[in-house]
Ligand binder design. Structure first.
Ligand SMILES: [Zn+2]
Ligand SMILES: [Zn+2]
Length: 353
């Protein structure tokens, strides 16, 4: 039995409440992980403010971008005590029809910390051992903690690129160049695509230009014409067609979703990665008229993590320039800052105890 401390989201929203709680003993295939770092994601804000309901009843410990150490293990667990591990944000059950079909991302029995089970804004959590990704024990502490964001922000971007079959010579348009979108810019560049990053924030675009964006476009309101012109010109200049156009909507904002949809053309591929509760109005028939592909994507298969970690190890995806650490006790201040759009980096929260 572990006495843990966690930051619980409350029904009706408001500040997360710091509370001690008793962790259940791990089942035979589970482990207890002592959290070393947990990234703060926009999804946490939605849950914390009661804009979106997590699948588990509240109060619930939030946080799904976790690295930590195994401190207790069930008798059938595949990870050992003392190992450093990354906890994938989406952990499929591994047994159902979806999992057997290689579609674990859509597994209805998946476990996501801070959504289906208590998450990483805590000293400890209990997780299934099979999906955990071991991390090099020699990695320096700042790099190790930075890997927390691979659990969602970076791996989700990787999976989106895989889904779109993004490759060398493609033109990748990434709408929303912070968070997932910012990492997707780096991944698209690493895959050899010509990258056009779009965002409402000019400073954000300026920063991402040094990390793989070949062109940038500032999105202003709902006027999509300048962006359409720019993308058409980029395709033409490279003698590319819609078949080579991969559009990634990562902003989770109605204007961004409209912009991404408006770029649809003959044979193009549009991936929807960002999330909003808002509805948008689109001409669905464009999909038919252009014989285009629109795809959603959720999480990243556990098997894909080694490739993502390789990109980070090789420096093709840089994490530290986009992250900032804070003590976990500042989680509420960080959520407030996220809500006020004043965060300058993705926050990685470090437990004090
Ligand atoms: Zn997330
Ligand atoms: Zn499953």
């Amino acid at each position: 039995m572990f006495e843990a401390v966690g930051y619980f989201a409350q029904s009706g929203g408001g500040a997360l409440l710091r509370q001690p709680f008793a962790l259940a003993a791990p089942a035979p295939d589970e482990v207890v992980v002592a959290v070393d770092a947990c990234g703060l994601c926009h999804t946490d804000l939605g849950f914390a403010r009661a804009h979106v309901a997590p699948r588990h009843a509240l109060p619930l410990v939030l946080g799904h971008e976790i690295v930590g150490r195994v401190v207790a293990a069930g008798e059938a667990a595949v990870r050992r005590i003392g190992e450093r591990v990354l906890i994938p944000a989406v952990m499929p059950c591994g047994r159902c029809a979806y999992c057997r079909a290689g579609r674990g991302n859509a597994c209805p029995s998946q476990k996501m910390p801070g959504n289906d089970i208590h998450g990483g804004f805590a000293s400890h959590l209990v997780v299934p051992s099979a999906p955990l990704v071991p991390i090099d024990a020699d990695l320096p502490v700042p790099d190790y903690r930075a890997l927390s964001v691979v659990a969602d922000a970076v791996s989700t971007a990787w999976q989106a690129a895989l889904r779109a079959k993004l490759g060398a010579g493609d033109v990748a348009v990434i709408v929303g160049a912070g968070g997932v979108g910012g990492f997707l810019v780096q991944i698209a560049a690493a895959l050899g695509a010509h990258v056009i990053a779009c965002d409402v924030s000019a400073p954000r675009l300026e920063k991402i230009s040094a990390f793989g964006a070949n062109e940038t476009a500032v999105l202003t309101g709902d006027d999509v014409k300048p962006l359409r012109k720019q993308v058409t010109a980029a395709l033409k200049a490279r003698e590319k067609t819609g078949l080579d156009l991969k559009v990634f909507e990562c902003s989770g904002h109605p204007n961004g979703q409209n912009a991404a949809w408006s770029l649809m053309t003959h044979g193009s591929t549009n991936l929807f990665v960002g999330y909003t509760m808002e509805k948008v109005s689109v001409r669905l028939s464009n999909l038919m008229a252009y014989d285009a592909t629109a795809h959603g994507t959720w999480g990243c298969p556990v098997e894909a993590y080694p490739a993502v970690l390789d990109l980070v190890r090789q420096g093709k995806v840089q994490l530290l320039p986009f992250l900032e650490e804070a003590p976990m006790s500042e989680v509420n201040a960080c959520l407030d800052a996220m809500e006020a759009h004043t965060l300058r980096a993705r926050m990685v929260l470090v437990p004090e105890n």
